[in-house]
Design a protein. Sequence first.
Length: 438
Amino acid sequence: MDREIVAIGGFVALFVLMTLRVPIGFAMAVVGVGGFAAVANLKAGLRLLETSPLRTVLDYDLSVIPMFILMGAFATAAGMSRELFRAGNAWLGHLRGGLAMAAIAACAGFAAINGSSVATAAAMSNVALPEMRRAGYAPGTAAGVIAAGGTLGIMIPPSVIFVLYGLMTEQDIGKLFMAGILPGLLAVALYMIVVQLIGIWRPTHLPRGEKHSWRDRLHSLRDVWATVLLFVFVIGGMYGGPNFDALFTTTEAAGAGAAGALLIGVLRGRLNLSQIMECLVDALRTSAAIFSIVIGAFLFGYFLTITQTAQHATAFLSGLPIGPYGVLTLILIGYLILGAVMDELAMILLTVPIVYPAMMALGFDPIWFGVIIVMTVTLGMICPPIGMNVFVINSIARDISLTAIYRGVAPFIVADILRLAILCAFPWISLVLPKTMQ
């Protein structure tokens, strides 16, 4: 059968299956195996099912994913998100929108030991949202702040999405982590500016809170030592050895981080045996869901290879008469559209094998492009009609409608688009830290 016809039919079948609400991992697996069999033969297609899933789950490099997820689960159960918010409130709560800025700062701090946007949004919804509502914040605005702050979990290292991008493109994951730090801090700054602008425009939505004494502020810092220690231990170990050599690999850092979070939680009396088991089960469930998508994506990758879809896409995009940045703009618009209807993990796994070769052919830096892609898919976490963070917050605070949350998060979407433009215009923001690594 003609490979181009199979490729077109495969993508049509994939989106039909997604429309029918077939889980994306299974949809990609079905199309991958079926498409490969259509070009080769049925026996060859079925052989993929014999080898690819087992090889994926036994891949040592992919073990970094469940380890970082487990670290985040232990950190959440140990109450680190609550400590970060309390410290932020002590320092910023007296300002207009201070609780909102404290929530953003806490999201950034928790993202540094968590790596998941959904987990960050869920944790801060339980910690910060009730406090903001008791202080008189407009419910939609308060929820919008947390939904936007939750997206920092993908950008600020460690990040599962950066790990997958690095494994798929054979880029240094440590450098990708370093590349995400300054864009993540830029996001924090822009979000806080947005909070101030909302406070000026609608002061009743963001009232001032209680002013804390310097003693209370300094006392609040005592509680965040665990978060700082864990971050320095994990990220510093990958980056801060002698002459900036890594003390351990990314996979080792993930395992050490999970062990460190467990040890800190136990020594502080925050984790007992039943809570540890709950964390293990939660991490297993999340990891299983992610691996089902990863296995499907790898099977779909065989389909892309045999139909030469990536090569055709590269030739087509490279030949467009709009220049490299015109092609980049076209791809980012496509990501923004996909992000509104597709899970960010599936979007990365589905599209990177197609667009990455084209971007490299056009001369873009692979580390910088990884930051741009990861940042673009974070928009999908808060964009209608399917913003995962929005739905997570709505499931926790049922009385706040989806419409109200989307209204609350809209100004932060504008800030994210501005940040994307800044990073495209000034690539050095993403590359200055990775270039210091050997």
